[in-house]
Ligand binder design. Structure first.
Ligand SMILES: NC(=O)c1ccc[n+]([C@@H]2O[C@H](COP(=O)([O-])OP(=O)(O)OC[C@H]3O[C@@H](n4cnc5c(N)ncnc54)[C@H](OP(=O)(O)O)[C@@H]3O)[C@@H](O)[C@H]2O)c1
Length: 316
């Protein structure tokens, strides 16, 4: 099945190259549950959630229902969730809560959501000015490694890490991250980060691979771009399929969200289209534009990141 094309990670386990995103706002349990059920039927086997999305319970419910009915086995699913900033103090307890939300015994991947540590009570996505603490990445990562040792997850990784932060982490990590999940699409190509991660055998997973059209913070700039549209026309494909195939050809997995059956199927169809060298060169000509900038993690007083450039170590 096309959804089972996979990549082998540095820790030895395999991850399907197309992931099903579950972030939606507002987060509605019933809608998410139905979408996951349909996604399973269409063949999706890799599911992406995070404590802060609020989608863990609905995702877990839909997966468990399918497992209970014998439609799939737990081992056939790749399940990712993420450590929110307020949980850097204690990743083991946070992961246990995530597993309870999901009603699962283990995750396949646990990611540090952002290189940002927040006060323990900050259970909301946009922190207030006085909610920040200094990031002690060594302690956070030791907690992530403990999760792995305890068998609460099969692999650990990071998200929204710049090249410099990856190298900082590698200075002391006993277990290197298997994945760095970052924004990546034809208008945010992550050339430098892909090179550094490639050197260290860290897989780059692309979130918002379509640029998040329809999200409050997202953009239609990628799928509406004339270059993407003309490549789609040339191959009798759709612009989202071109954007997804570009990510796959760059060696990344793509975490794409659609709760609509037709678009879910269309997105899987990206495996079947072929982009040639000329198309890839055309895409290189597109202007770059970071859509998820993470301004909410920047302030001049309490955040360790006083500017957006500091958050991304100038990779913006
Ligand atoms: N690690 C992080 O910090 C981070 C940040 C952002 C996202 N993520 C993860 O990545 C996932 C995907 O990112 P995203 O949701 O921001 O962006 P995305 O997948 O690029 O775009 C999702 C939006 O595009 C629409 N869409 C999907 N397929 C389409 C198609 N074929 N044609 C037209 N529209 C289409 C969806 O609407 P419909 O549902 O109506 O189809 C939705 O509004 C998230 O759900 C989340 O799991 C992680």
């Amino acid at each position: 099945m096309r959804c089972n094309h996979h990549v082998r990670l540095n820790c030895g386990i395999t991850m399907p190259l197309i992931g099903f995103g579950t972030y939606s706002y507002p987060n509605d349990n019933k809608t998410t549950q139905i979408a996951v059920q349909n996604a399973l039927e269409l063949g999706y086997r890799h599911f992406d959630t995070a404590k802060i999305y609020g989608s863990e319970p609905a995702l877990g419910k839909a997966l468990n229902k399918a497992i209970y009915r014998g439609e799939i086995q737990r081992e056939e699913i790749f399940l990712t969730s993420k450590l929110w900033g307020s949980d850097h103090h204690d990743p083991v307890s946070a992961l246990k809560r995530t597993l309870k939300n999901l009603d699962m015994e283990y995750l396949d991947m646990y990611l540090v959501h952002w290189p940002v540590k927040l006060k323990p009570w900050v259970n909301y996505p946009v922190p207030n000015e006085d909610d920040f603490e200094n990031l002690d990445l060594e302690t956070t990562w030791a907690g992530m490694e403990k999760c792995l040792e305890m068998g609460l997850c099969r692999s650990i990784g990071v998200s929204n890490f710049s090249s410099s932060k990856i190298e900082w982490l590698l200075d002391f990590a006993n277990t290197p991250p298997a994945v760095n999940q970052v924004e990546m699409h034809p208008m945010w190509r992550q050339r430098k980060l892909r090179k550094i991660c490639g050197k260290h055998n860290i897989h780059v997973s692309a979130y918002s691979p379509l640029g998040g059209p329809g999200n409050a913070w997202g953009s239609t700039a990628v799928v509406n771009h004339p270059i993407i549209q003309s490549i789609a026309f040339k191959h009798n494909a759709t612009p989202p399929q071109v954007a997804l195939k570009w990510g796959l050809l760059k060696g990344s997995s793509v975490i794409v969200k659609s709760f609509n059956d037709e678009r879910m199927e269309e997105n899987i169809g990206s495996f079947d289209i072929n982009l040639d060298g000329e198309d890839m060169l055309e895409i290189e000509k597109m202007e770059e534009m970071k859509i998820m900038r993470g301004e909410f993690h920047v302030n001049e007083t309490t955040s360790p990141y006083k500017t957006i450039e500091e958050l991304w170590d100038d990779e913006i």
